[in-house]
Design a protein around this ligand. Structure first.
Ligand code: C2E
Ligand code: CA
Ligand code: CA
Length: 573
């Protein structure tokens, strides 16, 4: 700007010319970086003042010349500028707007101030044009940052949710659907941990940019955070159907991403899908539903798509409420130990009992351990719960032992998290000492998955436990990785054939063959066999003919509370 004030405060009609005031006025105008237009309604005088020439190269001498100003701004601002230049027509004393000037990338803020006389007639007005280019771009940058994810250029979570709200609003009016696809890169933590977060960021960016290609007026794409993306589709169909987009994603993911270091990386994603209005009417709930079913896709083995279903949501909500209740559960009031007797086939005598935890929640509902143990394993509650199980079952067992002067085998389920802890063996032996129970009276049940996790470390630990004299039992055999070959040389004493085998052993020929070979082989290896979940006489007789060692199941006894175990001991021992 050149500060040209040639047309400046030259005086003339309508402008005060009072000695030093005139001087002051001139100075103020000359130092202003704005362009000013003055108009006197009575005299019709128009003046352009201050920095006028650095904004406009037109002369405005009378009201008709206002037309020339309209020509200086970009077309879309002309209408508003006309209104502003005639603010008095709307009876306002001031108004403002921002407009872009033609050609020179200049953004101006235009402000009108109108003076009225006592009767409400306009007397004078001043229109001020101020260069706000710098702020405009800053604003745009801020607006961009407020709405976008910097790494991928996709919408951010907030803006996505807002936009999705517009979609659902429109959909409710036109009776259409809106689909939400919730995407999460599988094992992304591994990429970050092993290859570093820079590589992680590159993957997120490249995949995000790929997802960005689905953007259209009806499809919005966002990165929520980390490796999570969301796609919102208004009226999904044809190329913008969930299936179509998922197919395109799968196709893209067959090829690797090439990182700037030259590394090639293949990824997979798990996707959850929920549709408005079926899954939820509220936008946040809709996204939530898609997220919840995405977890289902993850837990089902990843690299998959899962559509919303009510039972999945119910399960999730139930788990969430169990998780909360678990945190508050007070052991003595909420948990109780049951014991399921195990009988030897050979002589029909009681071999021992498996300790099984029971949980009565505050509402009086019995919650099955198959529901809450996996949750406790996830949130860490399994450690105090497991400690309590060990203490309580050994305490009760010690009581029977003393009262009936006998010795049995107490089987205790140990979760892998408990088992891995350094203080596990110490706690266990301390408890046995406290109640006067020998390690040889205790059998620890571990599952195959524990072994698979870290075969060498687990085997070493098993050897230590065996060194103390504990018995080790492999639980649920046949449900997991079931390889007979790795059984050889394992430091275990007992193998529990899972209920799923027993269930079909009579009806299904293949199961029978497998079960027979398991029993045969296990006996050869010198381990004891326990069949669990035996419910019928036929199953029992069959297992007897197979020379299975021990039977546990409803056919012989359900799990019992301690006082009922005592009744049984009174009879049997
Ligand atoms: P599991 O170790 O396989 O225990 C056997 C489950 O089968 C028990 O269910 C038992 O009640 C049930 N069962 C036994 N015989 C029969 C039968 O003839 N028919 C049928 N339908 N079911 C039978 P429960 O007590 O509900 O326990 C479920 C699972 O929860 C257990 O499976 C075990 O994995 C876990 N669990 C139970 N108590 C504990 C515990 O104290 N600590 C840990 N870590 N896990 C436990
Ligand atoms: Ca068990
Ligand atoms: Ca079992």
């Amino acid at each position: 700007m050149n500060g040209n004030t040639e047309q400046g405060v030259a005086g003339g009609e309508g402008i005060p010319k009072v000695g030093s005031e005139e001087q002051m006025f001139r100075m103020i105008c000359n130092t202003s970086s704005c362009a000013i237009l003055y108009y006197n309604f009575q005299s019709g005088v128009v003046r352009t003042l201050a920095n006028w020439n650095s904004f406009f190269d037109i002369e405005v001498k009378n009201e008709d010349d206002f037309e020339k100003i309209y020509d200086c701004v970009e077309k879309q601002y002309v209408f508003s500028l006309k209104e502003l230049l005639h603010t008095e027509c709307r009876g306002m004393t001031s108004d403002s707007m921002v407009a872009a000037l033609k050609g020179n990338n200049l953004w101006v803020e235009c402000e009108a101030v109108v003076e009225y006389d006592g009767e409400g007639r306009p007397v004078e007005k001043v229109i001020r044009f101020k260069d706000v280019t710098k702020f405009k771009y800053q604003d745009e940058e801020l607006a961009y940052l407020a709405y976008h994810d910097v790494l991928t250029g996709l919408y951010n979570r907030n803006y996505f949710v807002r936009h999705l709200g517009n979609f659902t609003q429109r959909a409710s009016e036109s009776k259409k659907k809106v689909a939400v696809m919730f995407l999460d890169i599988d094992d992304f933590r591994k990429i970050n941990d092993v290859l570093g977060i820079i590589v992680g960021d590159e993957v997120v960016q490249q995949f995000g940019q790929f997802l960005g290609t689905f953007r259209s007026g009806q499809t919005i794409v966002s990165r929520f955070n980390s490796d999570i993306y969301c796609i919102g589709i208004y009226d999904p169909q044809e190329e913008r159907s969930v299936e179509g987009i998922y197919r395109a994603i799968r196709e893209r993911l067959q090829k690797p991403f090439i990182i700037s270091s030259g590394q090639e990386l293949i990824i997979s994603v798990s996707v959850g899908v929920a549709e408005y209005p079926e899954a939820a009417k509220d936008v946040l709930e809709l996204v939530n539903c898609a997220e919840i079913v995405m977890f289902k896709a993850k837990s089902g083995g990843k690299n998959a798509i899962q559509y919303f279903k009510v039972p999945i949501l119910d399960d999730f909500l139930q788990n969430a409420s169990i998780e909360n209740k678990l945190k508050e559960a007070a052991f003595h009031e909420n948990f109780v130990m049951y014991f399921q007797p195990q009988y030897r086939i050979r002589d029909g005598k009681l071999r021992g009992a498996e300790a099984l935890i029971r949980w009565k929640d505050d509402d009086g509902n019995m919650i099955s351990p198959s529901v809450f143990i996996p949750i406790a394993e996830k949130n860490g509650a399994i450690v105090p719960i497991g400690d309590w199980v060990i203490e309580e079952s050994i305490r009760l067992y010690a009581g029977w032992k003393k009262k009936y002067n006998m010795s049995l085998i107490l089987s205790i389920n140990v979760s892998s998290i408990q088992y891995k802890r350094d203080d596990f063996v110490g706690k266990l032996t301390d408890t046995l000492e406290k109640y006067g129970v020998k390690p040889s009276e205790v059998e620890l049940e571990i599952t195959e998955s524990v072994l698979i996790e870290d075969f060498v470390e687990v085997t070493d630990k098993l050897l230590i436990l065996k060194g103390y004299g504990f018995k080790i039992s492999l639980d649920d055999f046949g449900t997991g990785y079931s390889s007979l070959s790795y059984l050889k040389g394992l430091p275990i004493d007992t193998l529990k054939i899972d209920k799923s085998f027993i269930d079909t052993v009579i009806s299904d020929y293949n199961t029978r063959i497998i079960t027979e070979s398991i029993i045969h082989m296990v006996k050869k290896l010198g381990y004891e066999t326990v069949a669990e979940g035996v419910e019928t006489k036929e199953q029992y007789d069959y297992l007897k003919s197979m020379e299975c060692d021990t039977i546990q199941g409803y056919f012989l006894s359900r799990p019992l509370p301690s006082d009922q175990v005592e009744e049984l001991l009174e009879r049997d021992v």
